[in-house]
Design a protein. Structure first.
Length: 210
């Protein structure tokens, strides 16, 4: 009974940790004031060399994506925190010495995947559950899941207009796949560790009963 209780406790802790890592929210709203006198309310996704990508709410509360040339922006109404975040990103992407526009979009894709892609739960949890029963059998879903690219519907990319750029898409999907692989194999490792602990506990209990 003590062995079973310990095993269930370890499993609960592992699942809670996986769930906590997946909790991410991004709730900023930005104001863009144009040279035409319009005010755009949305969320800036990327400050490219001459283009700003942003999301906005449609009438049905869904999210659309658009671009606007930097030359058409008079000023923005960003909070100090948002300004700091975007300036830091701008420095790390547009400020890369000698980087081509293609490389900048690819780098933006890599960084966005690290921030937004977190829909790997089905692959990770499936691997964990099967591997808890048998780490050897768990290798089958682990290898299968980690070798396939995440489905488009699960990528959670922040801006559809950006995703239309081939370099951005390549960077985003490549990093998303690596994140998925890491989560799948981490879960397999967790299951392997739980099984090893159970074996040790059972062995100890068996020796103590003799």
């Amino acid at each position: 009974m003590n062995v079973m209780r310990a095993t269930l406790s370890l499993l609960a802790m592992a699942l809670w940790g996986i769930h906590a890592l997946a909790q991410k929210t991004y709730t900023y709203r930005d104001s863009i004031f144009t040279t035409r006198g319009d005010t755009i309310i949305g969320r800036i996704s990327f400050l490219a060399d001459d283009t700003v990508y942003y999301n906005y709410y449609l009438a049905d509360s869904s999210i659309g994506s658009k671009t606007i040339a930097r030359s058409e922006i008079k000023r923005n109404g960003l909070s100090p925190k948002r300004t700091e975040i975007l300036q830091e990103e701008d420095k790390h992407i547009n400020g890369v010495p000698g980087a081509s526009l293609s490389e900048k979009y690819s780098l933006k894709g890599l960084k966005d995947a690290e921030k937004y892609y977190d829909d790997y739960s089905s692959a990770g949890t499936g691997t964990l559950m099967v591997s808890l029963l048998s780490p050897l059998v768990g290798l089958i879903p682990a290898i299968s899941s980690s070798s396939t690219m995440p489905k488009d519907k699960n990528l959670n990319y922040p801006n559809t207009k950006l995703m239309e750029n081939a370099d951005y898409r390549s960077g985003y999907t490549r990093r998303a796949k690596k994140i998925k692989q890491s989560r799948v194999w981490t879960n397999w490792g967790i299951a392997l560790g739980v099984n090893a602990i159970v074996v040790v506990l059972l062995s100890s209990a068996s020796n103590g009963a003799q």
